[in-house]
Design a protein around this ligand. Structure first.
Ligand SMILES: Cc1cc2nc3c(=O)[nH]c(=O)nc-3n(C[C@H](O)[C@H](O)[C@H](O)COP(=O)(O)OP(=O)(O)OC[C@H]3O[C@@H](n4cnc5c(N)ncnc54)[C@H](O)[C@@H]3O)c2cc1C
Length: 249
């Protein structure tokens, strides 16, 4: 039996909204909605008038509980082919092709999840935010602790920052740690003005208990993911418990 999620179908852009200076939220309504898991992505395919096609993957920002529409967050790469189209051209009502949700390894589910460390840079935060939203969906949500380390230039570049601070303020075991490479000073004591370093990662791991029991999800550019994974291994997180997703670069 073929999986219907692997087939291309039509989707319509129903909303667009800047989330940060470089990242745009896009809401897509597919002809047929398929259930998603937190961390999965869609493949999108654009076709020009002359028949030329370009295909790219975008992670779901929406949690699995949100049905009917998929939310994406697309970072503008100035020399890119597809992402500038979303920022400069795409409007509500435009149609494209999509397939998915796809991906079976970089996914996080709330039931029985162990203590979880999420580390993302730039648009690499997108699938991690779906996991955070999934954890906090509904009144009873919580479970094992979760730390999110967000690497960005400034606090204003951290996707959904206010929403994340709201989850943290609920006191249900979620903490946000920001590494802000272009900030003059850290917004809060637990944050850092500067690049993500070993000390910040160690601090974010601390509330999660023994590193051997932590499940880690790393997402961003290749070099970023490699550097963070190497540090986590030194701290004692087992290689088999470090899941990675790379967004080019
Ligand atoms: C599973 C998966 C999920 C993804 N999810 C998201 C998402 O949620 N949001 C998002 O914005 N992107 C995401 N991406 C990246 C996305 O698929 C595209 O690669 C990205 O939008 C660039 O496409 P483009 O056509 O604009 O640039 P291209 O024309 O493909 O590339 C332009 C230039 O930018 C470089 N480049 C490509 N990607 C990146 C990058 N991420 N960072 C820095 N340089 C890069 C290329 O090497 C090239 O030099 C995801 C990728 C994968 C594989």
């Amino acid at each position: 039996m073929t999986d219907a999620r692997l087939a291309w179908q039509r989707g319509r852009i129903v909303a667009r909204e800047p989330l940060t200076a470089r990242i745009l939220r896009i809401e897509l309504q597919p002809d047929t909605w398929h259930a998603a898991r937190a961390g999965q992505h869609l493949d999108l395919r654009l076709t020009a008038d002359d028949g030329y096609q370009a295909q790219r993957s975008y992670s779901l920002l929406s949690p699995p509980e949100q049905t009917g529409r998929y939310e994406l967050a697309i970072e503008r790469l100035d020399d890119g082919e597809v992402s500038p189209w979303f920022h400069e051209v795409a409007q509500p009502g435009d149609e494209l092709e999509l397939r998915g949700p796809l991906g079976g390894h970089f996914v996080w589910s709330r039931p029985a999840a162990p203590p979880t460390l999420l580390v993302g840079g730039g648009s690499g935060l997108v699938p991690l935010l779906a996991m955070v939203r999934h954890r906090h969906y509904g009144a009873e949500a919580a479970g094992a602790p979760m730390s999110l380390v967000a690497a960005a230039r400034q606090a204003s570049d951290v996707l959904l920052r206010d929403e994340l601070l709201g989850y943290e303020a609920q006191g249900r075991g979620f903490a946000l740690w920001q590494a802000l490479s272009r900030a003059d000073r850290a917004p809060r004591p637990q944050d850092r003005a500067g690049r993500l370093d070993a000390a910040l990662l160690a601090a974010a791991l601390q509330p999660l208990g023994a590193p051997a029991g932590v499940l880690a999800y790393l997402c961003g550019r290749h070099a970023f993911v490699e550097a963070v994974a190497a540090l986590l291994l030194v701290f004692g997180v087992p290689a088999g418990r470090i899941r990675t997703e790379r967004f080019g670069g």
